[in-house]
Design a protein around this ligand. Sequence first.
Ligand code: HAM
Length: 428
Amino acid sequence: MFERMTLFERAVGAETDIVSKEMFNWIDDPEISNALKSLRTVMQDTKSIPSVDGSAARLKLEALARSGAFNNLAERIRIALRPEATASVCRAYIEREMQNLPQPVKLYYMGPMFRRERPQKGRYRQFYQIGAEVLGGTDAPPIDAEVIEMLMTFFDKCGLQGATLYINSIGHNAENCRRGYVANLKAALEKVKDKLGPDSQRRIDTNPLRVLDSKLESEQAIIATLPHIADHLCDECKTHYAEVKRQLEVRGVLYQENWRLVRGLDYYMRTTFEITAPGLGSQNAVCGGGRYDGLVELLGGPPTKGIGFAIGEDRLLLSLQESGKGQVQQGRDVYIAWMGERAYATAIRAAKDLRKAGFSVELPPLEQKFGKALGQADKLGARYALILGDNEVSEALWTLKTLADGTQQKLTEPDLLQFLRDQKPTSQ
Ligand code: HAM
């Protein structure tokens, strides 16, 4: 969960919102952290420098602070709670020399990420991602399409309804491709600067592409008039994008193109995609991803192709719940109502066997009258009550009550297991 801050500054981009505004980070050494704080105070108030105690060590520190070397040292030990995991996966790929494994290397992760965002429905400061990355090998368009196909199949299996796939290509970082487009976009934005809000005005200088991401109502009509990146892609990127779309069609994956889909992380190139799902309000992106050839190299590894995605697990569950799916099954499969010492010994064994067979079982720890036990089974939402008294144990015939309709039957132990197995669905 921890990484060096510099990893994200380099990979995700120091100017992105994620890194510049939303990261939880600190210098992981209280002494250096405090020294840095007091030095900064001294440096801010230059008048106080002559009056500070002039010990050699102090003077040396001040000289260091002035030269910026101290800051550099401090920044090298700054650590952060990861806001995403693609940078970490690339770091691990390099560290573990995974370029020596058969390529491509296909990796996945599940875990918590942290962003200091304004919390609201579907947006949390600690949230969970399920991600996958394909590293190394070729950048052939079928890889992009296959990754997306896998995602859509997964959502389908989860029973997620109304998932919409948006795709775009943001080209590559060259004058005849994205850089040229960004210059064009910047010029167009300068012309309408007065009509934009403060955030977008600032982004004209820091990251013009991000203006396309704006959700401000007043800016939508202006953004609609801006140049499209598709008209500025170089021939290779254009061909790559056309082939990704064709490959999606071959696989029967439905998509919509969205020329404004630029994504908020700097490492992307060519294919970008996002999937939205209903029931999430304004935070409706349930997954984001794209191609990031060159990221491994940027972090000090060999030239490596890469593509991947991350699903927002919290949002996926929210959307499933909103549509009535993904309800956690309450209740139990079997509630064991027992009376008597001998019956309890059998009940313990029955609970063990049923649990081993994959059923959820409630075994009350204390003896209670059958009437009370059955009432409790009802309250817990159990599907069946297994009734074990002296008679059942002596006859080796167990009583199984179906709580929904009150019917009862006597079954031998093996028949009981078989009967329950046949009565799907269970909580398994
Ligand atoms: P991302 O678009 O920043 O991409 O995040 C992916 C998904 O994580 C979002 O679509 C959303 O569902 C979820 N998510 C993001 N922030 C929050 C939050 N504050 N609360 C709840 N859910 C959130 C990435 O993180 C890239 N690393 C994806 C990627 C992998 N690209 C290539 N490989």
